[in-house]
Design a protein. Structure first.
Length: 217
């Protein structure tokens, strides 16, 4: 049998979830600054006093929204990666196909990390700090992946891929699903193919130079 404390905790969790779910929908659809606490109260059906018991400020609610988005994003990323564990190139293409589908779905309004952080000038606002952490994590994941692929200058390549992905996130509905996947995958393929071609040419030039030196001597 559930104790009264257990029942109370469960009710509190449900209340917090109702508030956060309502706030998340409103923040994503309308922007943070356009959404006031009264709107969240009306959308969630939770009393204002109950809302403030769980989230003392609007900034706390914004941070909780972005933390949830961050968690769900990496959870989905990991699921995509798990489907191609032994082929890093296939893994990259699968990730780009997932992102292409993500940015072209109905109602997509861009990356919430980018959107919300852009509303606040203070570099130390929670939204800006969460966005920095999120983007740093993406860059590191891409860096590890391109190292496994074996391209030269993996740091530069990871940054170029991150910029390609962020460009898709800010495409503002201009990409259809097929177009988004094709453009992302072709862009990454061209980038990695160019780097590999340069590496082959550089290796051939070094080998040729070594042969000429041996002939001269």
């Amino acid at each position: 049998m559930a104790t009264s404390n257990g029942s109370s905790a469960s009710a509190d969790n449900k209340t917090a979830e109702k508030v956060l779910s309502a706030a998340s929908r409103l923040f994503y659809a309308n922007g943070v600054r356009a959404v006031g606490i009264e709107w969240i109260v009306a959308e969630s059906g939770v009393a204002k006093t109950s809302l403030y018991r769980h989230f003392q400020t609007k900034d706390e609610l914004v941070a909780a929204f972005l933390e949830r988005e961050d968690h769900e994003f990496w959870e989905q990323w990991d699921e995509v990666v798990a489907a191609a564990p032994d082929d890093p190139t296939a893994e990259l293409m699968a990730l780009l196909a997932w992102i292409g589908g993500r940015v072209s779905r109905d109602g997509y309004r861009g990356c919430p990390q980018i959107n919300v952080a852009a509303e606040f000038a203070d570099a130390e606002h929670p939204a800006r700090r969460i966005r920095r952490r999120h983007k740093a994590a993406m860059l590191e994941r891409l860096r590890v992946l391109v190292r496994r692929i074996g391209v030269i200058r993996p740091d530069d390549t990871a940054m170029q891929l991150a910029l390609l992905i962020d460009g898709a996130f800010t495409s503002d509905g201009r990409l259809t699903k097929a177009g988004a996947v094709r453009i992302l995958q072709n862009g990454a393929d061209a980038l990695i193919g160019h780097l590999r071609a340069n590496e082959r040419n550089s290796r051939a030039a070094r080998q040729g130079s070594g042969k000429r030196r041996r002939i001269v001597s």
